[in-house]
Every structure is written in C-alpha cells, then in structure tokens.
Design a protein around this ligand. Structure first.
Ligand SMILES: [Zn+2]
Length: 287
C-alpha cells in the first residue's frame, strides 16, 4: 500500500474511532451519490468494520431523483456497492411524489429544491427501515466553505452542527461524517488509487451551468487550496477549531425548541408543515 493510502485510511479510521462513529449493534445507512466522496466514505467504513470486526450492518443506498442523467448515476453507484461486496438499496424520489421536471419550473433555485428533497428522503427512508445512523461523504472542504460563508453572512450559529457526529434527535436520524478531517482532493486521490468506480464529473446540467451556489463554492475551494499549499496542516487545524466552536455554540445555545412533526407527513419540522410537503404543494400548482 502506498504511503498516501495508508495515511488517508489512518486519518479516517482515527476519526471513526475517536468520535465513536461506528458502534456495535449499529445499522448504518451510507448515502451514495456516485461521486468520489460518498464512495470513499463507504470504502473506509467497510474497511474499518472488517478490520476491527465490529458487529454492525452497513447499508449503502441511493436516491434516484428522476433526472434524464439519473440512470447513469445509479449505474455507477451500483458498481461502487458491488466493488465492496455490498448490496445496494435504491429509492426513487418519484415514488414519494417528487417530479423534478415540474420542480425545475418553480421560481426557486433548482439546486436548493434538489438538496431539500435529498435531505428529507435521506432522513426518512433509512429511519423507516431501522437505521441507527446516516453516514454521508461530507468532508473538510465542505465544512470550511460553509463555515466561511456563515461567518461572512453573520450567521455564526449555523456552524453549530459542524461535528463528526450528530446524535439522533427524535425523528431526526443521527449523522456521521467519517471524512470530517480529509479534503475533497484527498478523497479523489484515494478513490483513484484503490480503483473505486466513481463519476469523474458532475453530471447535473444545473450545477455546471450558471448555478451561483456552485460558482461561489468553487472560489472558496481555490482559496482553501491556496492556503493549504502554503501552510501545513491547515485543513486539520481549521476542522479542529470549527469543531470546538460548534461544541461551544451548542452548549451555549442548547436546542430548547422541541422538533415538531409535520401536519401532513409527520416528519420533523420547525414549522407546522415541513419544507418538503410545501415543495410538493408548489409542484402541484405548476402547469
Ligand atoms: Zn411534511
């Protein structure tokens, strides 16, 4: 094994161990998007469970959003699960009333609707199937970008959930982020080196063309890259500080507001009707 691969696995496995991301008896649903990040998360979790002999279940799953390119994405996700000898569960957003073609016509950014649908189904479906935790491929760069954006926008408290592990809260399934201390480029290199199948580029036409969210993220990624090349351990130190800040924020402002349940679907929400049900309602009004 190369030095890089060994160091990468050591960092990720140390994160899993130190923050108790995997515990005996767990049923962990791992969300796959076909990319290098979620693929690496599944790979490292699988290796960890094998090496340590932890009695738990890893269940990779994918949400097919029903775009014209979704079939291609599903194929790659299928290859990833097969590569690791695991069986994949695929859910179709259309089975839950979602019609992305209609949603694309709504006067709201498609990327935010898409994210909303994914977040909702990623919480509800695994939980209904007995998941104890949800694992995602979010990595250090994602958190550093959001952290800077939140800081600049004056929304410091939005960073309070930037930790490797969030416990289950009512119907809100607990989250684990094994890639918390590694960056996107490291995930790409790792996936390449171990030969893990993954999509080399983002197939979504909406994110490639003119999505402002994406352009600003790219700019931040360049900034992070620029600093990392000049300052050793930048990502790790940033992440340690962001995590400490998140912990301070959540002790100072404990979540006193109990989560409510959506009047229509029963899923957790801060209001009376959840954002997903409101989106479906708006979708019905599109002609
Ligand atoms: Zn709802």
């Amino acid at each position: 094994m190369t030095g890089f691969r060994e160091r990468y696995l050591k960092t990720v496995h140390h994160t899993i161990e130190r923050y108790r991301l995997v515990e005996p008896g767990d049923c962990i649903f791992v969300a796959l998007s076909g990319g290098k990040d979620s693929g690496s998360a599944l790979y490292t979790l699988t290796r960890y469970v094998e090496e340590r002999g932890v009695e738990c279940r890893l269940q990779p799953f994918h949400i097919n959003l029903g775009f014209p390119f979704s079939q291609r994405v599903e194929e790659v996700v299928e290859e990833q699960a097969e590569f690791l000898g695991l069986s994949l569960k695929v859910f179709h957003a259309s089975d839950y009333g979602v019609d992305m073609e209609r949603i694309a016509k709504l006067p709201r950014p498609i990327c935010s609707s898409c994210g909303l649908v994914k977040r909702y189904l990623m919480n509800r479906l695994p939980r209904e199937l007995g998941a104890t935790k949800l694992a995602t491929g979010h990595h250090a760069d994602d958190f550093i970008v959001f952290f800077f954006k939140n800081l600049l926008g004056g929304n410091l408290e939005w960073s309070s959930k930037f930790v490797p592990k969030l416990p289950t809260r009512g119907k809100q399934l607990g989250r684990i982020r094994p890639l918390f201390f590694v960056g996107g480029e490291e995930n790409r290199r790792f996936a390449e080196e171990v030969g893990l199948p993954h999509l080399k580029e983002d197939l979504c036409p909406y994110s490639t063309y003119g999505c402002g969210v994406d352009r600003s993220k790219r700019m931040w990624l360049e900034v992070i890259d620029y600093i990392s090349r000049r300052q050793r351990g930048f990502r790790r130190r940033m992440m340690t500080s962001i995590m400490r800040l998140a912990e301070t924020l959540s002790t100072q402002r404990p979540e006193t507001q109990p989560l409510r349940e959506c009047r229509i679907c029963g899923e957790p929400t801060s209001g009376e009707i959840c954002a997903f049900c409101r989106l479906l309602e708006a979708q019905r009004r599109v002609d």
